[in-house]
Write a protein of this length. Structure first.
Length: 149
């Protein structure tokens, strides 16, 4: 799967979820490598190009194996939201671990919404189900280093 394919999938996913921005990070060596971004400032993309497990929302989603979300990016005081995320022109955000058939996390998909909002368990389940479609597009589970530029 190429970077272009990842971005195409992400643009559609962001649109389908009613979000305004998003990222896809693939799991690589105890962390995450950014492979796609939609409406994320270039400077923020540089900062989140590599995310260690446990750092920021994506890193925490990888570490915990569960969705990490905030209802308000700008005012979040949980420690999960890093300063770069606050630079995105959005309010609410969620980072979703995407698992393969064996239950291994292969990616973390993040989406951000224009307005502050809460996330019900039904919302989260729907976002995870849609994000899981990304795994089938990875052509057998390619790693971030194998994605063509």
């Amino acid at each position: 799967m190429s970077v272009e394919s990842c971005n195409t999938w992400l643009r559609q996913y962001v649109r389908d979820c009613g979000a305004v921005a998003g990222t896809v990070h693939l799991q690589e060596n105890h962390g995450l490598r950014l492979v796609a971004a939609v409406n994320i400032p270039e400077k923020v993309q540089q900062v989140v190009e590599w995310v260690p497990s446990g750092k920021g929302m994506a890193g925490q989603a990888l570490q915990r194996g569960e969705p990490i979300f905030t209802c308000n990016l700008k005012d979040d005081s949980s420690g999960a939201v890093r300063p770069g995320a606050k630079a995105v022109d959005a309010e609410a955000a969620i980072a979703l671990p995407v698992k393969d058939q064996a239950g291994t996390i292969v990616a973390v998909v993040g989406i951000a919404f224009a307005h502050e909002r809460s996330f019900s368990s039904a919302d989260i389940e729907a976002y995870v189900a849609k994000a899981t479609s990304f795994v089938s597009q990875l052509n057998g589970g390619l790693s971030a280093s194998e994605i063509e530029g």
